[in-house]
Ligand binder design. Structure first.
Ligand code: OFO
Length: 183
């Protein structure tokens, strides 16, 4: 008896999205490590936490594929992007990445709509909503650095930004509290 309720196309697309989320996690990990090495502990902490959040997104998709009776294909993750050139550049790259990921999410929504796969369509709505938050978060980082001077930001302003990101409670639940059900 065949218990798989995902089409081959959607299973492949979901597996691909799962890898994209793992890739996102690696990107945040590498940017966080870069920021830490530059002495920006607060920014690094923020990015490390976000890396965990992306991993939870990966797990959420993995679990959904299994719940639908399809095969999970864990593949190699592409290398993260090269290190940013500055904090301003780091925040720009994060924003661009999130917008790219939103496009990938939309494409899955479209595919599930076209296939009348309402379970997947419904499942993907969580990601649509999440991407609104992720883009807004990335944009708020960009706004902060823009106000502080963009590429010309002073060390003093960077110090304050770093301290604020360290102290500010962000909306990301700690990895210990998050689950695949509730990333
Ligand atoms: Fe998984 O949300 Fe960012 O990329």
């Amino acid at each position: 008896m065949n218990t798989n309720r995902l089409s081959m196309t959607l299973a492949a697309a979901l597996n691909e999205q799962m890898t994209k989320e793992a890739h996102a996690s690696q990107i945040y990990l590498s940017y966080a490590s870069w920021a830490d090495l530059q002495g920006f502990e607060g920014i690094a902490n923020f990015l490390f936490r976000h890396a965990e959040e992306e991993r939870n997104h990966m797990m959420k998709i993995l679990k959904y594929i299994l719940d639908r009776g399809a095969e999970v294909k864990v593949t190699a993750i592409p290398a993260p992007h090269p290190n940013p050139l500055s904090i301003n550049n780091c925040f720009e790259k994060i924003f661009e990445h999130e917008v790219e990921n939103t496009k990938a999410v939309y494409s899955l929504v479209k595919m599930s709509f076209e296939e009348d796969d309402w379970s997947t369509w419904n499942f993907m709505q969580w990601f649509v909503k999440e991407q609104i938050e992720e883009e807004a978060l990335a944009m708020s980082l960009l706004d902060k650095i823009k106000i502080a001077g963009g590429e010309k930001v002073s060390n003093e302003a960077l110090y304050t930004l770093d301290r604020d990101l360290k102290d500010a409670p962000d909306s990301v639940e700690s990895p210990q509290e998050a689950t695949a059900e509730k990333p």
